[in-house]
Ligand binder design. Structure first.
Ligand code: PEP
Ligand code: MG
Length: 321
């Protein structure tokens, strides 16, 4: 089965009706480059930078981060590399982090909230990212956004980092794009303010499901209620994809749903044209795409989005295949 899939490596992910879908990789660092090459990914849709320093005692300095970002950008030789700023806190604690007991870590100081609370650490990362942008096509993605003001603060810090680099005569890509993750329901329900400020969006279904259903991703006792096909979840995902399409802002999905072949046709039918996943899943998802007819899927999925009886939704999603 694997060798059959491997034959798809150099085939474009083109649907039966001729639409080519981009299949991107989620990575944790340069160590994942061999599997990105093996799958011939169209780019990196999510570089989880927090893994650069999980399990160590000190934060990586600007130079070490720059090397880790540049290595990936260079290896992708011109393909887009989407690097997410640190998504720390909650389940992904830094050893160098100020020790703090949070009553509810998933709702606490994590991701962009943490970065904005530690501007020195954040500026180091932004400078490293900007410097790496001189070597290929790098774009920055901000995790866990809920407020317009968070984006404005990030954009201001990026401008500040650029000004510093200019003053130091250090090269970077002046046109580097900044996007954000849609993974808090509030964001999916107020897309205008995101679309006006950001160059692209990526739906993080792992957190979006967690926060929509109030299910802790890491709590075994409630994991059976973690349901990607819950009608509320489907509305938020499809609404984001549709809003991006209306105004021409690229939307991708980078949560686990994007790499699960059970959901490929559903997401295609919602209008998704960019999937980011563990590189090991890319060929299997490509196989699904090669069999898909978007013209047939779209109206079927529109009907699914109007259903609110879980058993019917599940059954209809299964019958898409
Ligand atoms: C997500 O939340 O779907 C996501 C891609 O981010 P992470 O799994 O790293 O939180
Ligand atoms: Mg997330």
């Amino acid at each position: 089965e694997r060798s059959k899939l491997n034959r798809l490596r150099d085939t474009h992910a083109t649907t039966l009706d001729g639409e080519t879908i981009s299949l991107l990789a989620n990575i944790e660092g340069p160590k994942d480059l061999p599997s990105v090459k093996a799958a011939n990914a169209d780019g990196i849709g999510l570089y989880r930078t927090e893994f650069l320093f999980i399990g160590r005692d000190t934060l990586p300095d600007e130079e070490e981060q720059y090397e880790a970002y540049r290595a990936v950008v260079k290896a992708l030789s011109g393909k887009t590399v989407t690097i997410r700023t640190f998504d720390v806190g909650a389940d992904k604690a830094l050893s160098g982090m100020n020790p703090r007991t949070e009553p509810n870590p998933a709702l606490g100081l994590r991701a962009v909230r943490y970065s904005l609370a530690e501007p020195k650490m954040f500026m180091t990362q932004l400078r490293a990212l900007l410097r790496a942008s001189a070597h290929g096509k790098l774009q920055i993605m901000i995790p866990m956004l809920a407020h317009a003001q968070e984006i404005d603060q990030c954009l201001a810090l990026i401008e500040k980092a650029k000004a510093e680099l200019r003053a130091e005569k250090i090269k970077f890509d002046e046109g580097m794009q900044v996007g954000g993750m849609i993974e808090i329901p509030a964001a999916a329900l107020s897309l205008g303010m995101f679309i006006r400020r950001l160059a692209f969006l990526s739906v993080g279904t792992n957190d979006l499901i967690q926060y929509t259903l109030a299910i802790d991703r890491s709590d075994e006792a409630v994991v059976h209620l973690y349901d990607p096909l819950h009608p509320a979840v489907l509305k938020l995902i499809s609404g984001t994809i549709a809003a991006g399409a209306r105004v021409g802002v690229p939307v991708s999905v980078c949560g686990e749903m994007a790499g699960d072949p059970d959901y490929t046709l559903l997401l295609l039918g919602m209008g998704l044209r960019s999937f980011s996943m563990h590189p090991g899943n890319i060929l299997e998802i490509k196989q699904q795409i090669l069999r898909a007819d978007l013209g047939e899927l779209a109206p079927k999925v529109q009907r699914i989005l109007k259903m609110d009886e879980p058993a019917r939704v599940r059954d209809a999603v299964e019958r898409l295949g």
